[in-house]
Design a protein around this ligand. Structure first.
Ligand SMILES: Cc1cc2nc3c(=O)[nH]c(=O)nc-3n(C[C@H](O)[C@H](O)[C@H](O)COP(=O)(O)OP(=O)(O)OC[C@H]3O[C@@H](n4cnc5c(N)ncnc54)[C@H](O)[C@@H]3O)c2cc1C
Length: 265
């Protein structure tokens, strides 16, 4: 279905691992035709993110999961520690408690999802607690040790929590390590994220980035909006079409796009 959607809109799809050769050339490795070289004036980096994995936790242990590997869970734990109480951790706490798993949710902050209105955050805490989720605020891990029978989490406060499984939901890292950003003079930060300005331009002319790879808010809805804004900016730069012509489609983005056009002209 998705392939048809792209074909209908005359979008060519290349399946493979992409990297930069220079700012106008992307090498796509491992496509059905072998390696293919694509050339373009503008490139958008939208390579997303993956769970951040600190090296002092053994993610190869069968009782230790991250938000991707937990989807392959092959046993049914009775108890689970979820470390990280952001959007993903809170979501999994709700899912697993709903499945009857006794969940310990470890939060490094003093309230859940503190960027939300306090009443929504309080309401979330109330409903999670009502589903027997034990929320521990202001806690940071010291060690995570797994054995054949379970996982022991030792917190910096000195508390120890034991469970059948451990799910790490504390942060994500941008998928930039394979992109050869050095070939276009860019460098990702320590979390693999690319710096952009308010119009999603990177420091390299003609290279944009959007979605999880630029960090917060890292939501699908934000990634879509950022992608659309980028397209509009490129389109207005390449054409002489007045902004009023595209108003019905692009109203939310017009102001930003016009401002970019003014700055760049
Ligand atoms: C458990 C979980 C629950 C979530 N729930 C929600 C939710 O309820 N609502 C919401 O809005 N968001 C949610 N999100 C966040 C949402 O999934 C992301 O914000 C969104 O997918 C980001 O889109 P993206 O296009 O930036 O990256 P992605 O969707 O990750 O897409 C990036 C793509 O690029 C590919 N790629 C990476 N590197 C290369 C390369 N070198 N060459 C070629 N291809 C490459 C990847 O394989 C991937 O296909 C959730 C995320 C998780 C993990």
């Amino acid at each position: 279905m998705r392939t048809n959607f792209y074909a209908r809109n005359r979008v060519d799809l290349f399946f493979g691992q992409a990297e930069f050769e220079d700012k106008n050339t992307v090498l796509v490795k491992g496509t059905v035709k072998g390696d293919e070289r694509l050339r373009a004036k503008n490139v958008v980096i939208a390579t997303g993110s993956r769970p951040y994995s600190p090296t002092d936790i053994d993610f190869s242990h069968p009782r230790i999961y991250n938000s991707d590997t937990v989807l392959n869970l092959e046993h049914t734990p009775k108890t689970m520690i979820i470390y990280g109480a952001g959007v993903i951790g809170s979501e999994y706490a709700s899912i697993f408690s709903g499945l009857g798993v006794k969940v310990d949710l470890i939060d490094s902050q003093s309230r859940l999802l503190s960027f939300l209105d306090a009443e929504i955050s309080d309401s979330l805490s109330y409903h999670l607690r009502n589903s027997a989720v034990k929320i521990r605020h202001n806690e940071t891990y010291e060690t995570v040790e797994a054995d054949e029978r379970g996982v022991t989490l030792t917190l910096q406060s000195g508390k120890k929590v034991r469970a059948d499984a451990f799910l790490w939901c504390n942060g994500r890292t941008g998928n930039t390590d394979m992109l050869k950003l050095e070939n276009i003079g860019l460098q990702a930060n320590g979390r693999g994220q690319i710096k952009v300005d308010e119009f999603y331009r990177t420091e390299c002319e003609g290279i944009y980035a959007c979605g999880d790879v630029i960090g917060w808010p890292a939501l699908a809805s934000a990634a879509i909006d950022q992608g659309v804004l980028h397209l509009l900016i490129c389109w207005m730069r390449m054409t002489s079409v007045s902004s009023t012509t595209c108003q019905p489609v692009f109203i939310p983005f017009l102001k930003s796009a016009q401002s970019v056009k003014r700055k760049s002209s």
